[in-house]
Write a protein that binds this ligand. Structure first.
Ligand code: TIU
Length: 221
């Protein structure tokens, strides 16, 4: 069954069966105080606005039977998968692997690494752990999408200019069509959020389309 989603630079048409919802890194470590986002010097309260629109899209995608994939950025407890160039980021004593109020920062299995409760994965949904910013880097995302015949990704998550943009760029080069939902994304920097979205839809949609939660709910209802 075809769906048509209002978007920029123009509406996008896709097949329901080949469309997946990809929710990137809606983790406590990025959205709540005491985690990785705050350790980098950021005001984490800026990301909360994305939660409710993500919930609306997630509920709609579940009802429509779309493949749902949640990603989590994080590392093994022994940090063997954390490049030194990445570990060096953040305030000393509050780097990846250091103890914080939500457990060790950005470490798999710790409370801060969990997805926020409002967007908790349901049984049967894919939860994909990734060591990098892009969701394809050193993961089996490409394999999963191809095995399920996915061609179009509805993309939500944080942060707009870091993990969302990196993933969308990687997805484009692998041949996937990306529809980024503006109100379902968030950044610690409003200017970067706006620029990150503008870069996707510029030049006739060089990396895909920009839409929003209401348009997806309308299209899938
Ligand atoms: N720092 C920042 O804006 N983002 C990240 O480190 N990771 C994600 O975007 N998920």
């Amino acid at each position: 069954m075809s769906i048509r989603i209002d978007a920029e630079p123009e509406a996008v048409t896709a097949e329901r069966a080949s469309t997946a919802l990809l929710i990137i890194d809606m983790q406590r470590d990025f959205l709540e105080p005491g985690g990785f986002g705050e350790s980098l010097g950021n005001d984490v309260s800026r990301l909360a606005a994305a939660i409710a629109p993500c919930q609306a899209v997630l509920a709609t995608a579940r009802a429509a039977g779309l493949l749902v994939i949640h990603t989590r950025e994080g590392h093994r407890p022994d940090l063997t998968d954390c490049p030194p160039a990445k570990w060096e980021r953040g305030l000393p004593g509050r780097r990846i692997g250091d103890p914080g109020p939500m457990g060790r920062i950005l470490i798999r299995g710790e409370a801060g690494h969990d997805i926020v409760p409002a967007l908790a994965p349901a049984p049967g949904e894919v939860v994909l752990d990734k060591p990098g910013k892009g969701a394809f880097c050193e993961t089996d995302l490409d394999l999963i999408l191809r095995n399920r015949g996915i061609r179009t990704l509805l993309v939500c998550g944080v942060t707009t200019e870091v993990c969302v943009n990196t993933t969308v760029r990687e997805a484009n080069d692998r041949g996937f069509r990306c529809v980024v939902l503006a109100d379902c994304c968030g950044s610690y920097f409003p200017d970067f959020h706006a620029a990150g979205l503008a870069m996707i839809k510029a030049q006739g949609g060089i990396f895909g389309w920009v839409s929003d939660s209401a348009a997806v709910v309308r299209a899938l209802a």
